[in-house]
Design a protein around this ligand. Structure first.
Ligand SMILES: *Cc1c(COP(=O)(O)O)cnc(C)c1O
Length: 494
């Protein structure tokens, strides 16, 4: 399988998977995408296990990695770290399916890929950059950080450094990151919101002086953000598996379409659904759900992507994003795979904070995606109602998607079987969830964990227990502009 950059000016223009996964970002600042998409023989997989489907898809797309490394990667789904049985669950709630993706060690869907990437990245680097150590720089709105730290903790030849917006993640998310331990993990707070943090990390990531200083010490930069294809690829698997499970549970007949409603931030999760659909899986509409930061909803209605707007901190912090990094991959496909167009749009974004795409490009997006958003009171109302009516406890991100799925069905009249993608355990956001169901103010975050367990009889996930008593460590609190210098000082000095 060969890959190219969305900006169309990378040298070399075409590379293999090992280079793609090692580098994270293409040298021209674009994102790597597959040149062609194979068809998935999903009809053959109705009896297959999750890890067998994963193994097939990884072999197809990562054909230049050693088979033994791919096998070790997919083994994570069956070794108990995602609980007993299947690593993901498809549940039914009335008309809607719920795809639970948060049974991994950090209780968010990021584990689905970030338990796998620590197997793929060292294997890719051995091929593409033999002998070099890897330094992973990652920006997080809360869940990626912990999942990356947990996945890469004590993986030989790697160091992982996570940057999060100070005050912009939940207390549980922050505590999870700061208590990871291990000899190769580093957590840094950044003043400002997630967009500032993500863009500053991207600047450090593409800084030639920093790369040169690190290279002198045999260190290569990589990314665990969903700009890295190695993050997206494992996410394709659960769309396939969810479809097969919907067939097995007789929600649809083989070949009938299924819609997915996805709580969206950086557009990585839903984009994996787009890839699955483009590879022949019978998916209907992909419903992109946003919170108050609904820049994507606005785009899907107008074709204008405009970041000149207020940024809100919400109770679904992993979606508090205005610059969705993976959206570039969709625009590349919808714009006819024209790197020049992407360069123009992103130059306008840099300069004016916005760009508008042509009618045809918008139409191509609208032919697959629907969209909507939920405000904070919609979100709380869904949590409360779903808990009362169905004894199911969605986290705030899942609740946003739930609201938008119901709204979409009511407004469009489309009664296709629709699956709401559930991206985190409600305990990661215990104060918000607890006060939504009790209609009372929440206690402080760690007391809220225990209180939510008492109130619902749902167990606190193992990874979230006893967090308040573990030793916490934060390396630094930086201004966005200080990141490159700090990384150089910390990692490139003898
Ligand atoms: C990361 C995250 C999202 C957003 O996913 P993207 O791939 O960034 O669109 C939604 N919900 C939760 C709980 C997350 O951790």
């Amino acid at each position: 399988m060969l890959y190219e950059s969305t900006r169309g000016s990378a040298a070399p223009p075409v590379v293999g998977a090992a280079t793609v996964i090692t580098a994270g970002l293409a040298p021209d600042g674009g994102l790597y995408v597959p040149r062609t998409l194979p068809l998935l023989p999903w009809r053959d997989w109705l009896e297959a296990d999750y890890d067998a489907v994963a193994a097939y898809i990884l072999a197809l797309m990562l054909d230049d990695l050693p088979a033994a490394d791919r096998a070790a990667a997919v083994a994570v789904y069956g070794d108990g770290r995602f609980g007993a049985g299947y690593p993901v669950l498809l549940l039914q709630a009335g008309d809607l399916g719920i795809l639970e993706l948060w049974r991994g060690p950090t209780a968010a869907f990021k584990d689905m890929a970030l338990q796998v990437l620590p197997h793929l990245l060292p294997a890719a680097a051995r091929r593409a950059a033999a002998g070099q150590k890897i330094l992973i720089l990652t920006a997080t709105s809360g869940d990626t950080g912990k999942a990356a730290l947990e996945g890469f903790r004590d993986v030989p030849g790697t160091q992982v450094c996570v940057f999060y917006p100070d005050g912009g993640v939940s207390a549980v998310q922050e505590r999870q990151m700061l208590t990871t331990g291990g000899g190769n993990t580093f957590v840094v707070g950044v003043r400002g919101n997630f967009d500032l943090c993500q863009s500053a990390v991207k600047t450090a990531f593409t800084s030639e002086p920093l790369r040169a200083a690190l290279a002198e010490r045999g260190i290569l930069l990589s990314s665990a953000n969903s700009i890295n294809w190695g993050r997206l690829l494992p996410q394709i698997v659960y769309y396939v598996w969810a479809y097969l499970e919907a067939v097995r549970q007789k929600c649809v007949r083989p070949g009938q379409p299924v819609n997915f409603a996805v709580p969206t931030g950086n557009f990585g999760n839903i984009l994996a659904g787009w890839y699955a659909r483009s590879m022949g899986l019978p998916l209907g509409r992909l419903i992109c759900a946003s919170n108050r930061n609904h820049i994507l909803t606005d785009f899907f209605h107008t074709g204008l992507y405009d970041t000149n707007r207020e940024f809100y901190r919400t109770e679904s912090p992993s979606m508090d994003i205005l610059v969705s990094s993976n959206f570039e991959r969709l625009l590349y496909e919808a714009g006819g795979r024209d790197g020049g167009k992407i360069r123009r749009w992103y130059a306008a974004l840099r300069e004016y904070g916005r760009f508008r795409v042509e009618k045809e490009v918008l139409a191509a997006c609208q032919s697959v995606f629907s969209s909507g958003w939920a405000d904070e009171s919609d979100c709380r109302a869904v949590i409360r109602r779903v808990w009362q009516e169905r004894a199911y406890l969605p986290d705030p991100h899942t609740a946003v998607a739930w609201h938008v799925a119901e709204q979409y069905r009511a407004e469009s009249g489309d009664d296709t079987y629709t699956i709401v993608v559930s991206t985190a355990s409600p305990f990661k956001f215990a104060p918000a969830v607890l006060s939504a169901i009790t209609a009372a103010p929440a206690p402080e975050p760690f007391a809220a964990l225990a209180a939510l367990e008492r109130e619902t009889d749902w167990p606190v996930p193992a990874g979230l227990r006893g967090l308040e008593n573990k030793a916490a460590r934060r390396e630094a609190l930086l201004e966005p502009g200080e990141i490159s210098a700090w990384v150089e000082e910390r990692f490139a000095r003898p």
